[in-house]
Design a protein around this ligand. Sequence first.
Ligand code: CP3
Length: 348
Amino acid sequence: MEMTDRFLRACRREPVDHTPVWFMRQAGRYMPEYRAIREKYSLLEICYRPELAAEVTLQPVRALGVDAAILFADILLPAIPLGAGLEFAKGEGPVLGNPVRSMDDVRALKPVDPEINLGYVMEAIRILRAELNGVPLIGFCGAPFTVASYLIEGGSSREFLKTKTMMYAEPQTWHALMEKLSAVLADYLVAQVRAGAQAVQVFDSWVGALSPQDYEKFVLPYSQWVLQAAQAQGVPVIHFGTNTTTLLPLMKHAGGDVIGLDWRIPLDLGWTLLASDVAVQGNLDPAVLFAPLPEIKTRVQDILRQAGGRPGHIFNLGHGILQHTPVDHVKAVVDMVHEYSPVGIENL
Ligand code: CP3
């Protein structure tokens, strides 16, 4: 009998039969089923059509046997009703045509009611809950810092120079923007939980660009607002970022029942820095999925050994699945995680 609640149990640091596993970006271009749908529809069209978003969400659940589904959507969808614009230009990633650079731009952002303006996301969640047969559904949003960085830069960035310049040179503008975003993102997560999301993840993917001092002053209170609004709904909340070795204690302080770790820090060291009263998620390097299976196996076992069978480990990658990842390797990792956990001497 498969345990369908091992993901939710692990989020609460309860004992499980096998370590749960799912993957950030588990739906996407590495899967032939996804590419077949993308031939006919754009990324945004898939998001806008709840039946398609639900179908794409289910693809990796069927193909891989993961222990959780993550809603198919994007962290930048709220930029559309806010009025910042959103397009996915070929090969360029997201482009926001109406970026936020001044206090006037912040004031011009439109009010957002997620139930109405992002209602298609809630509809996808309702469809999925009926179709998932007990596999838990994770909702998500971007954290205020990471979403703000896209709004300010107008797209992806390496240095976050416009973002940091607003922070350091126009702190009032920065704080006004973060307040607006936090309110919208908190409402958005609450709406997802009301629609049926059984856990939520907050993606602060690029927060590792900041020093701990700047994180504490310019980001922490806003992340806390969003994370705690979701936690107040009674569902497990996963707080994820990359390059966060020096930020982990502050991220834990901001909130989350589970903290996501990337591969730059050994899982056991990350868990030690966080202390044992929080669960952890991670942290295989997504590039390892391109290695031969015996190498993958060694590294999966190493992560499980570091978790040491302690309750509260959710296996995942340290960041999203990369394009061109071999699907059979992803499936093999799911099977390895289940086979080699719980960790026992006979297993490893
Ligand atoms: O994980 C899942 O399977 C659910 C779907 C999901 C998408 N985006 C769909 C998507 C999730 C959880 C996201 C989150 C997201 N989006 C993040 C945070 C996670 C992370 O990777 O750090 C960020 C930073 C974004 C913004 C974004 N969306 C970028 C930078 C890009 C372009 C990069 C790329 O891979 O092309 C996207 C596009 C996007 N969102 C794709 C998918 C599947 C690309 C595939 C496509 O165009 O069909």
